[in-house]
Design a protein around this ligand. Structure first.
Ligand SMILES: Cc1cc2nc3c(=O)[nH]c(=O)nc-3n(C[C@H](O)[C@H](O)[C@H](O)COP(=O)(O)O)c2cc1C
Length: 207
């Protein structure tokens, strides 16, 4: 079982990567092979809206890294997207990646039946996380993936998704910032549950 994470943060290895790694590490403890792809490592050009992918499941742009990333998506059983909130939305890197996956979707939903999940984090406590999460979930559903959630089937519900934040508290007229989104135990707990639920859902679907 292969689960890959796509990090749309413009900062490699920071908060979003740390959260994605928590999802992947938990999935790995249950036997999954995992890989984190940092979009900053790939040259992915803008979609030029040539609409060639309406005729065949191929992208007309071939002189960049999108085909390599697309092949990794095709080979995975599970795909978890991570983006920090940028203006209550996904980052430009994540959106560009989304646009360029159109060739995997128009003629035939080539990623359909896989398991998908999304995580986000932002500076503020209510900084647009829910909107950002939904944008990624709509994308995954559009591609026909089954969405995993953060519910612990045997425990209490704690989180509707992974929506971290750097804002920890407010004391003496000052905001107390977390050094990392992973300093919030609830966010890390939700990541780990998501990793377990992805593995479980992939197993159920492949029975
Ligand atoms: C261009 C830009 C836009 C941002 N927009 C928001 C926002 O709308 N709401 C918010 O709470 N934080 C916003 N942030 C803060 C990031 O979401 C936050 O710092 C996040 O933890 C960064 O993740 P990273 O460490 O993976 O880069 C923004 C940051 C940048 C650079």
């Amino acid at each position: 079982m292969k689960i890959i994470a796509i990090n749309g943060s413009h900062r490699k290895g920071k908060n979003t990567a740390a959260l994605l790694n928590n999802v992947l590490e938990e999935a790995a403890t249950l036997g999954a092979t995992t890989e984190l792809l940092e979009l900053t490592d790939f040259n992915i050009k803008f979609c030029i809206s040539c609409n060639k992918c309406l005729g065949k499941p191929q992208c007309s742009i071939t002189d960049d890294d999108m085909a390599a990333v697309g092949n990794k998506l095709l080979a995975a059983d599970g795909i978890v997207l991570g983006s920090p909130v940028y203006w209550s939305n996904v980052t430009a890197l994540m959106k560009n990646f989304m646009d360029r996956t159109r060739y995997l979707h128009m003629i035939k939903n080539l990623l359909a039946g896989k398991v998908g999940a999304a995580i986000t984090n932002s500076g503020l406590r209510h900084g647009g996380q829910e909107a950002t999460l939904k944008i990624m979930e709509y994308f995954l559903q559009g591609h026909g993936l089954h969405l995993a959630d953060t519910r612990d089937p045997e425990g209490t519900i704690m989180s509707a998704g992974v929506t971290g934040s750097l804002m920890a508290d407010f004391k003496d007229d000052k905001v107390i910032w977390r050094r990392s989104a992973t300093d919030d135990e609830l966010t890390v707990t939700a990541c780990k549950q998501l990793g377990r639920n992805m593995v479980k859902l992939i197993e159920q679907l492949n029975k």
